[in-house]
Write a new protein. Structure first.
Length: 223
C-alpha cells in the first residue's frame, strides 16, 4: 500500500509539472463564436456617417487653407513690385474640362443609384480621364508662362499664381486617386460600400471644381 500511494503521489506531481492540471487550461476565446471562433459571423460595416463627417472636415480644412492664401493675395497685390500675370487662354479650356468632369461624375452616380453598373463604370472612367486632362492642361499652362520668362520667383504676382494653381493641382491629383480607387476597389470585402465611396469622392471633386472657379476669378480680377 505505501508503494502504491507513493506512485500515485508522484504521478500527481509529474502531471502538475507538465501543465496537466485543470487550472492550467488555456482560456476560451470569444463569446458566442462556436467552434470556429466566430469566423462565420457576418461582418457589419461601420456607419457611413463617419465617412461623410471625415470628408466634411477635410473640405473645411482645405477651404481654410485657400482662404488664407486668398487673403494674403488681396493684401499683397498692388505693391510697387507687383507685376500682373497674363493668364494663359489655355486655363479657360482647362476650366471647361473640369466642369465637364463634374457633369459626367453626377451621371455616373445616377447610374450607380439605378443599378446600372456598366453605365456607372463608363462615366466614372470618363470623369477620371477628364481630371487627368485638366492636370495635363495645367502643366502646359505653366510651360507657356515659363516660355514667356514668368517663373515662381519672378515677382509676387507670379508667385501667387503658381502657388494657387499648384496647390489646387495637388489636391485634384488626390481626387483623381480617389476616382481610381472607387473604380478598381472590390467593395464586397471593403468596410465601405461603393455608393458611399462614390458619394464622398464626388463631394470632394465638386468642391475642388468650385474652388478652381473661385481661384481663377481671383487671379483674373485681382491682377
Amino acid at each position: 500500500m505505501p508503494a502504491v500511494t507513493t506512485t500515485h503521489d508522484s504521478d500527481v506531481v509529474i502531471e502538475k509539472r507538465n501543465g496537466g492540471g485543470s487550472g492550467n487550461l488555456p482560456p476560451v476565446r470569444g463569446h458566442g463564436g462556436g467552434g470556429d471562433d466566430g469566423k462565420n459571423q457576418p461582418r457589419r460595416r461601420p456607419s457611413p456617417n463617419r465617412y461623410y463627417t471625415g470628408i466634411a472636415i477635410g473640405i473645411v480644412s482645405v477651404l481654410m487653407f485657400f482662404m488664407a492664401l486668398a487673403s494674403a493675395f488681396l493684401v499683397r497685390k498692388g505693391g510697387a513690385d507687383w507685376v500682373p500675370v497674363h493668364i494663359p487662354a489655355l486655363l479657360w479650356f482647362n476650366t471647361v474640362v473640369l466642369m465637364a468632369s463634374s457633369a459626367t461624375l453626377e451621371t455616373a452616380r445616377k447610374n450607380l443609384a439605378n443599378g446600372e453598373t456598366r453605365g456607372f463604370r463608363k462615366f466614372w472612367l470618363l470623369s477620371t480621364v477628364l481630371g487627368v486632362a485638366f492636370l495635363l492642361g495645367q502643366v502646359l499652362a505653366w510651360r507657356i508662362l515659363v516660355s514667356q520668362g514668368v517663373y515662381l520667383s519672378s515677382n509676387p504676382a507670379s508667385s501667387f499664381f503658381y502657388i494657387f494653381t499648384g496647390a489646387h493641382a495637388v489636391h485634384l491629383l488626390g481626387g483623381v486617386g480617389a476616382l481610381v480607387y472607387v473604380a478598381v476597389r472590390n467593395f464586397d470585402v471593403a468596410k465601405i460600400s461603393r455608393t458611399v465611396a462614390a458619394d464622398i469622392t464626388a463631394y470632394f471633386w465638386h468642391f475642388l471644381d468650385a474652388l478652381w472657379l473661385f481661384l481663377l476669378l481671383i487671379l483674373y480680377f485681382g491682377k
